[in-house]
Design a protein around this ligand. Structure first.
Ligand SMILES: [Zn+2]
Length: 258
């Protein structure tokens, strides 16, 4: 059994239905506890999934939009018992905005709160880095209304790509890595694509991408059933026009071994 587990904390777009939450994932290893995107009340979401925010060792942020970042000042404020060094990797323009957000809440005191070590991620080319020598993370540049990246996690057991917010693009379609799981932006059905064609994928595109990349399972993320009146069954039917593999709708606490 692999020692890496990727857990869904939240997977919705900005207006989550019911008790769902916006984009956040957690990656846990033998020593590492990594937050990927920070939508929502992160300490609460982690606790709901059996994790302790005080154990976090690193944060990865895909892009600066609020539904992926607004939990970061809140998380920082929860560390009021004392500073802790924490790496935060994000695109350069995201780092600028994150710093401004922390300053707006008067949370820059690294002795009192979190001592962030910001490491910029390029958005014009992929880079690779390793965590604990057994997990490789590769950035995958996105096509979105803000500069951003997705993250490809390659562990001993599986390859999982979390695209974050992105329209269909050549980088995505040209990926050569064999993907076991594709967690992909799936905003709504093709009928609504004109409203988001430069920044998100439709379910029809998701099916085509999944088929082209021959992925084992598709996990539709960020679907917007509040703004667009689309049922999950309709998203499934549209993905199925091109893709025959497994479709898994995400839920809080769902874990994927890496
Ligand atoms: Zn976004």
């Amino acid at each position: 059994m692999s020692s890496w587990l990727l857990t869904v904390l939240g997977s919705s777009s900005s207006f989550p239905p019911g008790s769902e939450s916006t984009a956040a994932l957690h990656l846990t290893g033998k020593k590492d506890s990594i937050l990927i995107d920070a939508g929502g009340n992160i300490p609460r979401l982690l606790a709901d999934c059996g994790f302790d925010y005080r154990q976090l060792t690193e944060v990865l942020i895909s892009h600066s939009h609020p539904d992926h970042t607004y939990g970061l000042p809140f998380l920082t404020h929860c560390f009021y018992h004392g500073g802790k060094k924490m790496i935060c990797r994000a695109p350069e323009d995201t780092i600028v905005r994150l710093k401004k957000n922390l300053a707006a809440f008067d949370l820059e005191d690294e002795v009192k709160y979190l001592d962030f070590v910001f490491e910029p991620l390029p958005v014009d080319r992929p880079i690779k880095f390793k965590v604990d020598n057994s997990l490789q993370i590769q950035t995958v540049p996105t096509s979105h209304s803000r500069p951003g990246v997705g993250f490809l996690f390659s562990g001993p057991a599986q390859n999982i790509l979390y695209t974050s917010d992105t329209a269909q693009n050549e980088v995505l379609l040209g990926l050569e890595e064999k993907l076991d799981v594709l967690m992909i932006d799936c905003q709504a059905t093709e009928a609504y694509r004109r409203y988001f064609e430069d920044s998100h994928c439709s379910a029809l595109e998701v099916g085509k991408i999944a088929a082209k990349l021959e992925v084992g399972s598709v996990v539709p993320f960020h679907y917007n059933t509040t703004e667009f009146p689309v049922e999950r069954a309709e998203l499934t039917a549209e993905i199925r026009k091109n893709y025959e593999g497994t479709i898994i709708f995400p839920a809080r606490g769902m874990g994927f071994e890496l």
